[in-house]
Write a protein that binds this ligand. Sequence first.
Ligand code: 7RM
Length: 650
Amino acid sequence: MNDPGKNIESVLTENRQFPPSSEFSAQANIGSEQQYMEMWTKAKDDPSGFWGELAKENLDWFQDFDTVMEGDMPETKWFTGGKLNASYQCLDRHLVGPRKNKAAIIWEGEPGDQRILTYQQLHHEVCKFANVLKNLGCETGDRVTIYMPMVPELAIAMLACARIGAVHSIIFGGFSADAIADRNNDAESKLVITADGGWRRGKEIPLKANVDAGLEKSPTVEKVVVYRRTGGDVTMTPDRDYWWHELMDDVDADCPAVELDSEHPLFILYTSGSTGKPKGVLHTTAGYMLGTTMTSRWVFDYKEDDTYWCTADIGWITGHSYITYGPLSNGVTSVMYEGGPNWPDEGRFWQLVEKYQVNIFYTAPTAIRAFIKWGDQFPNQYDLSSLRLLGTVGEPINPEAWMWYHKVIGNEKCPIVDTWWQTETGGIMLSPLPGVTPTKPGSCTKPLPGVVPAIVDEEGNPVEEGGGLLVMTQPWPHMLRTLYGDHERFVDVYFSKFNGKYYFAGDGARLDSDGYYWVMGRVDDVLNVSGHRLSTMEVESALVAHDNVAEAAVVGFPHELKGEGICCFVTLKSGDGSDAEKEELKQHVRKQIGAIATPDKIKIAPQLPKTRSGKIMRRLLRDIAAGRDVSGDVTTLEDAGILDKLREDD
Ligand code: 7RM
């Protein structure tokens, strides 16, 4: 009955299509299907020629590279022999023309304070802080942990590391002392950069206190730099802890960017594995910079006068690639906001869009579903007419949420780019090109130039119809190089499944007859109901299409007859879910998808357990649905209290 080789059945169909307007296409960086196909075909047939030309044109080299790509996956090396610097790429090269006094970062703090840093000012701060790092004994190749709120100094710290070739490891400010210690130890960090605290919904998050507790268990760390953000009380340990502003008083701003090898490590970013310790995804300089520079220009269609806002935290890959490196490398103005979407009220993001006349807005489906739940009155209070392009990332977007985003935020005139990618891929892989690709709600559409995906079964054979495993059949410059300190695990996790031939992303996906990709979620989440392999995402999508459902998470549980039964955790827009309403939801799914997908259990959930980047933790829900104790790692959970509440509704 349980045949893992069997394809994933797709049960949802979505036929709406939204082509870009001719005005949008006319001004777009990539403006026609023909141009896209030429680029894509060239990149597929001659990757060295394709990426080599782009690297020459779009990166500033201290020394030219000898070879574009060398070696097969997973050991491909890019642009060997070349020397460059990511901080130079994001800053110095913009100082010679009109970008010198252009806003690089428009920052707004949660309490409403604002700062604007021009490229020249950002360069000045980065050079000074790079000298601070050197004075503290930090050298090229050393690892530096950064644990900060969303303030400009976070971007300054990362670019200062890049300037001297120190490898940053950013830990999201919501993580605990234990998570800090684990990551410090794994990376053998020498230095930690933090702040006294950060603001979150009017309350102070005690960042420095968390670092202090973490350092009791991380012996490699010698020094700590503390930026004063909140003014809260902190303990400063003599000869270990230093105030950012005091160190910055004493240094000059002359700090040439170090000429680094193309494959010099740029950063490590930890991402949670399904089991065991977090994986230290390592990216290197040239490939990552080329990837983020090109993908952001293609997908976000940057123009010189755009104001671009990605709402992610820099502690996630989305912030690394599409707040800092991609936008700044392109000389774009990047908005950075410290707080969350519902403080002081649920209109905060739209108020900022109006205030800064944001043109390009990039956020997550989980945020969009929250906006829908809060109500249209919040966005409707503000003038959103500056927006010309919208994006999503992080999860499959259900068509209902897509349509709301299109209508209420985009006023039916903004293309939506649904971007599929991973911490490991470094940059966007599958996405519409906003001036070219007719979009379909819920599909991340097609591969970008340089990306050659396939959908295969467990044996690696192409799947013609229905869902299968999403793989990459060719290397790309911005792919991860290793898991820090554990190359064997890197090969095992991403390449062993198909004997080194393909990169295995861990996601299920299907192709439709137009060649569009529909990502169906992590393959670990696939249900097996009476021998039918169903995507949890599709059942969730059907549930969210019901008027009273705000959010849904679907998992399997052991079922005597069916092998696996379907358990749905549902957050309602209103009411607390009578038995009649639960029955209605079951019938709703049955009608939308078919009898095979009829839920066995509906559990009303005040909230769903999510990681701090907004991804639903189905692993925990599987334990609850099966009546087991929750096992495994819960340190990435946003709100641990909610597991108890979920057990209550039985
Ligand atoms: C950028 C990021 C990666 C996983 C990935 C998918 C899921 C991300 C989409 C998506 C469907 C999308 N990096 N995912 N984007 N699924 N459509 N547009 O999120 O490393 O944190 O997560 O996220 O499962 O494998 S990540």
